[in-house]
Design a protein around this ligand. Structure first.
Ligand code: AMP
Length: 293
């Protein structure tokens, strides 16, 4: 595995591989790797000649009072994990390499999908995400780029950017990796106190229960949201719900009645730690007045 810090070195190495006709799979991350990240690398390894992973805690996607300074980092451990996944190139750019003095250009997907869900409490987050991802796409020029369904809104926003800006690549969306109790893996889980860590299992349990209700015929979005909120409130008294939403999976538009491809997404704070999770349900028909098949 080659460890690369500069854009010039990255371009040189990848230019040679591209001229040799090799396909490039790219996994952008903020590091402090866990099994969720590794599942993306494994998929990229299966589908490409060359696998590039970036490790960059992107300052522009953090708000002023967020956790940029305390975000967990462990470059040595990440390096070992990437080696064990047979990654070819680990790109570890310093901040000045990505945002040199005088940097002023941002890429922003505008419109409803960047104004709902996480954007309500993190209004500048997606502009930071699309800016860094666009820059990394320009540097790596991958054939395929791998993202986790864990960040469902991010996936929708990036797909929109890829379409609107004619990036010549395929976005591959990988399923959410979970801990044994269902908690979605996240670098931020390390912030949780033991009690909050135990309480946080209710997020997936409440989503799974909602899925059961829907399989049983429930089609009211407000009933689904109420059920999730009640379950979280009962299991984790001091959890603060940022949002629980039932939206169209493609547009992220709010739904009153569940139909088609839907996304149930939530963000909940345990102490200072804000966790997100979601489930996607495909091809929902109308309420059939009983368990739908
Ligand atoms: P991050 O380092 O948090 O920016 O995540 C880098 C990539 O890994 C993003 O595409 C995430 O959606 C994905 N990812 C993070 N957690 C998980 C998970 N639990 N399962 C699958 N993918 C994940």
């Amino acid at each position: 595995m080659e460890i690369v810090e500069s854009k010039t070195a990255l371009r040189t190495i990848l230019g040679k591989s591209r001229s040799a006709g090799k396909s490039i799979g790219f996994v952008p991350t903020m590091g402090f790797l866990h099994a969720g990240h590794l599942s993306l690398m494994r998929r990229a390894r299966q589908e490409n000649d060359l696998v590039v992973v970036s490790i960059f805690v992107n300052p522009t996607q953090f708000g002023p009072n967020e956790d940029l300074d305390t975000y967990p980092r462990d470059a040595d451990r990440d390096t070992e994990l990437m080696r064990s996944e047979n990654v070819d190139i680990a790109f570890f750019p310093p901040v000045e390499e990505i945002y040199p003095r005088g940097f002023t250009t941002f890429v922003a997907v505008e419109g409803p999908m960047t104004q709902v869900l996480c954007a309500t409490s993190r209004p500048t987050h997606f502009r930071g995400v699309t800016t860094i991802v666009a820059k990394l796409f320009n540097l790596v020029k991958p054939d395929k780029a791998y993202f986790g369904q864990k960040d469902a809104q991010q996936v929708v926003v990036i797909q929109q950017m890829v379409k609107d800006l004619d990036f010549d690549l395929q976005v591959v969306v990988c399923p959410i990796k979970r801990e044994a109790d269902g908690l979605a893996m996240s670098s931020r889980n390390t912030y949780l106190s033991p009690r909050h860590r135990a309480d946080a299992a209710v997020l997936f349990q409440s989503l799974a229960e909602a899925q059961q209700m829907i399989a049983g015929g429930e089609r009211s979005a407000s009933a689904v949201v109420r059920s999730i909120a009640t379950k979280i409130g009962a299991a984790a008294q001091d959890a603060i719900i940022d949002y629980i939403a039932v939206v169209d999976a493609e547009t992220l538009a709010d739904l009153e009645t569940l139909q088609g491809d839907i996304l149930i997404a939530l963000a909940v704070k345990f102490g200072k730690t804000r966790l997100i999770d979601n489930i996607r349900i495909k091809g929902l028909g109308p309420n059939c007045g009983g368990p739908c098949r």
